[in-house]
Design a binder for this molecule. Structure first.
Ligand SMILES: Cc1ncc(COP(=O)(O)O)c(C=O)c1O
Length: 438
């Protein structure tokens, strides 16, 4: 049964007439019968074109940390844009925002940009310029945006395309990447200490950076094993490699200071986007003084017409101010814990083996296995089909997680205890319905 109502169906036909597959990002296409058209959002809810309300756990793929159309953020943006939006000069707002980021994230310097893709692209260039080296390490199942260099062995890859763990294959996620690019990319299985050490021992002179999502925000929020991020830090220090935490999903979500704060490890460079602006387009590249100061007019480029524009900057100032002054993450974590525990109990009761992964503000569930997955390959030991069936039952009943178990459940501050209870009840019904059909 399609999740599209009549109005949604007809709007989606119009969308297909003017946009490839009716969407402006491939990740939003769920098939001709299951792609939604959303008319509005408020707090923890979104409404589709037929007026159906959903408790939203996709939250635009993570950016909504406070709630949709959060009044204090909207107001700040409305006020700010009365006075213009781009000037090609520094604004007082940019200074205020970068001061906040340096304080919250314990970084020395910040450059603003607009999207996660831009942030990681610039971070890679900075790391290469800083080290004079060209290759970089990333991990299977991690997604760092749409730039060619990163589009190998991401969360969209088929596990059978990844080769052996002893010598992983860079599996391209798209046509259109020039053949030569792959020589600069080293994909490794996450949480494998031995592979990381042996690769760096053999090739450190060529390796500019390690890019890592500290929690696998695109693969069911798989957690790093104790000591793994510390090992990266140690190896990067020893061999002069730039450690880049891609905090596009974890930043300003798992803690006020993101994964650096949560795991108590400082990277050399960090990329932020999503929760930084509570849904407005704003991103940042931040990090240590000497690495960030590689950026130099005339020598090492970073730029962008809309970098630090008034809209995103005002939204981010308002969002960070609220994060710094109210118990946002603490409240989200309480509700997330209730969901993680409740889902676990319901699945146990239904006799479905499972493991609940990640942290309360962005957690995942892998069904069909009890053993916590430690890398992207482990994730595929789970039953993604059963998960999708449960997710579709949830969506029919007005609770909206992603149908793909790789995408975490995201929580926002506007989610109430009542929403949590409603979600648990609907989850219970959905599990029963899906189990019945499976
Ligand atoms: C970890 C990570 N890095 C980078 C990106 C790219 O960000 P954007 O979609 O804003 O370009 C994403 C997007 O989901 C992400 O999850």
């Amino acid at each position: 049964m399609s999740i599209q109502g009549t109005k949604t169906k007809s709007l989606f036909q119009k969308a297909k007439a003017v946009m490839p597959h009716g969407v402006n990002s491939n990740f939003r296409y769920w098939g001709d019968d299951d792609t939604l058209v959303i008319s509005r959002g408020e707090g923890a809810y979104v409404w589709d074109a037929d007026g159906k309300r959903y408790i939203d756990y996709r939250l635009g793929f993570g950016p909504i940390i406070l709630g949709h159309a959060y009044p204090a953020v909207v107001k700040r943006v409305q006020e700010a844009i009365q006075e213009g939006t781009v000037f090609a000069w520094t604004t007082p707002g940019e200074i205020e925002l970068c001061e906040r980021i340096t304080r919250m994230c314990k970084v020395d310097k910040v450059r603003l940009t607009n999207t996660g893709t831009e942030a990681t692209m610039h971070a890679l260039r900075i790391a290469r310029a800083y080290t004079g080296r060209e290759k970089f390490i990333k991990f299977e199942g991690q997604y760092h945006g749409m730039a060619d260099y990163f589009m190998f062995s991401t969360a969209s890859s088929n596990p059978s395309s990844l080769g052996s763990t002893r010598s992983p294959i860079n599996s391209p996620n798209t046509s259109g990447i020039p053949k030569g690019i792959t020589q600069y990319v080293i994909n490794l299985p996450f949480n494998n200490f031995e592979r990381l050490e042996s690769t760096i021992h053999a090739q450190w002179g060529d390796i500019a950076a390690i890019f890592v999502e500290p929690i696998l925000g695109n693969a069911a929020s798989i957690m790093p094993l104790p000591g793994y991020l510390e090992k990266m830090r140690e190896l990067c220090d020893k061999y002069g490699i730039v450690l880049v935490f891609d905090e596009v999903k974890t930043g300003f979500r798992i803690a006020n200071g993101g994964a650096q704060d949560y795991f108590n490890i400082q990277a050399d460079l960090v990329t932020y986007a999503k929760s930084l602006g509570n849904g407005f387009p704003i991103a940042a590249i931040a990090g240590k003084e000497d690495v960030m100061m590689t950026i130099q007019p005339g020598a090492m480029a970073h730029g962008g017409t809309y970098s630090g524009n008034v809209v995103g900057t005002a939204a981010a100032i308002a969002t960070l101010e609220i994060l710094e002054t109210e118990p946002i993450i603490k409240t989200i974590n309480q509700r997330g814990n209730a969901l993680m525990t409740g889902f676990g109990e319901i699945l146990t009761e239904a006799g479905i083996p499972h493991t609940v992964t990640g942290v309360p503000s962005m957690f995942g569930m892998v069904l069909g296995i009890e053993q916590e997955p430690h890398d992207f390959r482990d994730y595929f030991k789970g039953d993604g089909e059963l998960y999708e069936e449960i997710a579709m039952e949830l969506i029919h009943r007005g609770v909206q997680p992603d149908a793909d178990a790789r995408e975490p459940w995201f929580l926002c501050y506007a989610l109430s205890d009542d929403d949590v209870n409603e979600t648990l009840n609907i989850f219970n019904d959905s599990v029963k319905a899906a189990k019945h059909q499976h």
